[in-house]
Design a protein around this ligand. Structure first.
Ligand code: PGA
Length: 252
């Protein structure tokens, strides 16, 4: 996998066809920063149209079902995402884990199904505020990684991990530089334990209230290989500033 900084916008359940104008503007901005890998994960309804509207950026899903097809009303499979033109999918986002009761084992099965369908995977992990306050953040994340990372030959090549503290998502709060550095280092160590040398190539993104103001500081931290951005990815201007910050951290 590329070692360029990876800036991914997660639109969550936001976006209509009118918002493809933002995607086009983000795509034009991304063309100005060839040393940054940029992608958007719109709602599934927009994947086909977005894939046709953009040239430079990756387009992906926010979740997938483990089966390729079948009687699973309302679900979308990894095979279908690929068929719609997706390059990757997010799995294990804390909103899926909390609101849809997704276990580590299910997240792992989704990651493996996505890779089998030819998609890259962004696998999310992160502790709650209570877990951080009780000193268990690193143990919780280690447990999530152990249970949800895909296993098998060469799976590390199509994988990124996103560390997203649940209490930082959509709140405007971010962890200290020291805490981000410690967590990303711990994740790196675990990736190498699980995947061997290939684990050193997996990009570890930070997510949770990343915006145009704090991006440069967060992206400069050791082992932060990019950002998973929610709210600030919905408007091209703000997201472009984050891409620009990643472009500068690359030049530094
Ligand atoms: P946020 O969301 O940037 O709005 O905090 C990040 C995410 O949930 O991926």
């Amino acid at each position: 996998m590329s070692n360029l900084p990876y800036i991914v916008g997660n639109w969550k359940m936001n976006g209509s066809r009118a918002m493809l104008a933002e995607a086009r503007a983000i795509d034009r901005a991304a063309a100005r920063f060839p040393k940054v890998q940029v992608a958007l994960a719109p709602p599934a309804t927009l994947i086909i149209a977005m894939r046709e509207a953009v040239q430079e950026i990756g387009v992906g899903g926010q979740d997938c079902h483990i089966e390729a097809s079948g009687a699973f009303t309302g679900d979308v499979s990894a095979v279908m995402l690929r068929d719609a033109g997706a390059d990757f999918t997010i799995v294990g986002h804390s909103e899926r884990r909390a609101l849809h009761g997704e276990s580590d084992a299910l997240v792992r099965a989704k990651a493996e199904a996505a890779q089998a369908a030819g998609l890259s995977v962004i696998l999310c992990v992160g502790e709650t505020e209570a877990q951080r306050d009780s000193g268990k953040a690193e143990d919780v994340v280690a447990g999530q990684l152990d249970g949800s990372l895909p296993r098998g030959d060469e799976v590390a090549a199509g994988l990124a991990v996103a560390y997203e503290p649940v209490w930082a998502i959509g709140t405007g709060r971010v962890p200290s530089v020291k805490d981000v550095r410690a967590m990303h280092k711990a994740i790196r160590t675990q990736l190498i334990t699980i995947y061997g040398e290939a684990g050193s190539e997996v990009r570890i993104l930070y997510g949770g209230s990343v915006n145009a103001k704090n991006a440069a500081k967060l992206l400069a931290i050791d082992e932060v290989g990019g950002a998973l951005v929610g709210g600030a990815s919905l408007v091209a201007e703000g997201f472009t500033a984050i891409i620009g910050a990643a472009g500068q951290s690359e030049e530094a």
